[in-house]
Design a protein around this ligand. Structure first.
Ligand code: KG4
Ligand code: ZN
Length: 371
């Protein structure tokens, strides 16, 4: 079954063609970072307007790269929520229009629960896809390459930090979530404080590589050990307080690789940007890894999936692997390109819904606060 996956819930327009929920024939993402970075965050109106311009070229590119036409596509999977209503509506309306004209099935997909479905995609299978689905695609790699239900999934993105227990593709339970900022939001806000641009997660990751994780003692925001909920707004304030305190004592900025021309430089603070990035990142990573392992233990489940944009973080990937191994947990983290927003994960989720007989109707609406 060939599925076209369309994702437009936030600032990326993405489309992918996936065969049988596993083999990626194409995966195209058009980023809007250049548009939003001067505002230090996403401007919803600009995002949806840009989506109107990119939806057709991105879908065409996905079909071209997969060497298929719309006539070869069996069904469309499209993000229904959560996200920005104007953004979601562009992808959803487009998908509905195509399905109406082509008399094709479609299914609405929850963006957050689609993130973990990226583990069922075979990374690198794109190179193998050369035609309309009947070509010589590599056979599936046998388990345990893929997780077996039930598994715990941690979704860490710019808008969400949520722990799920997945019993099946369309059967899950929320075990814990952030009570304030998402982990990616904390990365982005701290990057903004440091004048590192938007989005800032990847920059902090890069700077942290040459920093000392123990240089600054940031408290780990656990809320309490009894809950699997998270809270990351305090750590952003701790960074702000650290900056203010250092400003009143020191002079001069040190650290490398930041291209660091910011408010802080003007304040002539004594800050090692690499140490600050590493210490902040370590605090977030410690909480995420500890809570994910706790969720596995509390539910007596030994498979853990980590996905979402923050799962691109090199230290999080490293520490998740170490702690999982220490606790005899099998860990599954998609390749970075499949952790951040993409159409392939939407197609993967859609495949399993369609196989279970789930279909969308033309009256389907966007659900900005979908859970
Ligand atoms: O899943 P995603 O692409 O979009 C949402 O659904 O939000 O996640 C985007 C988030 C941003 O906050 C970005 O700063 C963060 O993922 N991110 C990272 C890294 N790469 C992206 N955070 C930490 N380290 C990274 N390497
Ligand atoms: Zn996402």
């Amino acid at each position: 079954m060939l599925i076209l996956g369309i994702e437009s819930s936030c600032d990326d327009m993405a489309a992918a063609v996936v065969k049988d929920g596993r083999y990626i024939l194409s995966n195209v993402v058009s980023s809007q970072d250049e548009i939003h970075k001067k505002y230090g965050g996403i401007v919803p109106e600009l995002a949806s307007r840009r989506h109107l311009e990119t939806v057709i070229p991105v879908v065409e590119e996905a079909l071209n790269q997969a060497k298929v036409t719309l006539d070869d596509i069996d069904a469309i999977g499209v993000t229904q929520g959560p996200g920005l209503v104007g953004s979601i509506l562009v992808g959803l309306s487009f998908a509905k229009a195509i399905c109406y004209v082509k008399d094709m099935s479609f299914v609405g997909v929850n963006h957050i629960t689609a993130h973990p479905m990226a583990v069922f995609l075979e990374a690198g299978s794109r190179e193998q896809g050369t035609g309309n689905g009947n070509d010589n695609i590599r056979p599936p790699i046998p388990d345990p390459q893929y997780p077996i239900f039930p598994f715990i999934a941690l979704v860490v993105s710019g808008g969400h930090t949520t722990l799920f227990k997945f019993k099946d593709f369309d059967n899950y339970e929320i075990l814990g979530q952030t009570r304030d900022d998402a982990a990616g939001e904390a990365f982005d806000k701290v990057a903004k404080l440091l004048g590192l641009g938007y989005p800032g997660g990847a920059v902090i990751d890069r700077l942290a590589k040459s920093g000392n994780v123990s240089a600054i003692e940031f408290t780990r925001p656990y809320i309490s050990k009894d809950t699997l909920d998270f809270s990351f707004s305090g750590i952003k304030t701790a960074v702000l307080n650290y900056l203010k305190e250092t400003e009143s004592h020191g002079s001069g900025v040190s650290g490398q690789g930041s291209g660091f021309k910011s408010k802080i430089e003007n304040r002539k603070s004594k800050i090692n940007i690499n140490d600050l990035a590493a210490s902040f990142q370590e605090a977030i990573v410690d909480v995420l890894t500890d809570k994910a392992v706790s969720a596995c233990k509390a539910n007596n489940i030994d498979s853990l999936v980590v996905s979402g944009g923050v799962a691109c973080n090199s230290r999080l990937r490293e520490k998740m692997r170490i702690k999982s191994k220490d606790n005899s947990i099998k860990i599954f983290i998609p390749e970075p390109g499949l952790c951040s927003d993409n159409g392939a994960m939407i197609a993967a989720a859609a495949y399993h819904f369609l196989k279970n007989g789930i279909r969308g109707g033309l009256d389907m609406n966007a659900i900005p606060n979908m859970e």
